[in-house]
Design a protein around this ligand. Structure first.
Ligand SMILES: [Zn+2]
Length: 120
């Protein structure tokens, strides 16, 4: 994947993620809370939905951070290189995940190693 294609894909992904976050931000703090006429089961379901929203938002924020880091690597000329071993990341992996930071082997290691998991 050439640099311009990568940049275009990362920028559109960044815009999409920012859109998701701003849409989520409009929902938080709204007056829509638990209604007293709801059954307890419905209230529990709403609480669960809110917790899911929060974890989705955290994922989106993490994705956004990864996309922004990839854009910085593009500027620095290190885009597409594994941050652990420095080898080029496979083309098809970058196609599937333009913000990938590690090659497949180091990604697998990172997922097994709790010290690296936050980087994966
Ligand atoms: Zn590697």
């Amino acid at each position: 994947m050439d640099v311009e294609t990568a940049r275009a894909r990362l920028e559109s992904e960044r815009d999409r993620l920012q859109g998701v976050l701003s849409a989520a931000g409009r929902d938080t703090g709204s007056a829509e809370g638990l209604r007293p006429d709801q059954l307890p089961a419905e209230q529990a379901a709403e609480t669960l939905n809110r917790e899911l929203d929060t974890s989705v938002e955290q994922r989106v924020r993490a994705e956004l951070a990864a996309v922004e880091a990839a854009l910085r690597r593009l500027d620095a000329g290190t885009y597409g290189l594994c941050e652990v071993c420095g080898q080029p990341i496979a083309e098809e992996r970058l196609e599937a995940r333009p913000a990938a930071r590690f090659c497949v082997a180091d990604q697998a290691k990172a997922e097994r190693d709790p010290r690296l998991r936050s980087l994966a």
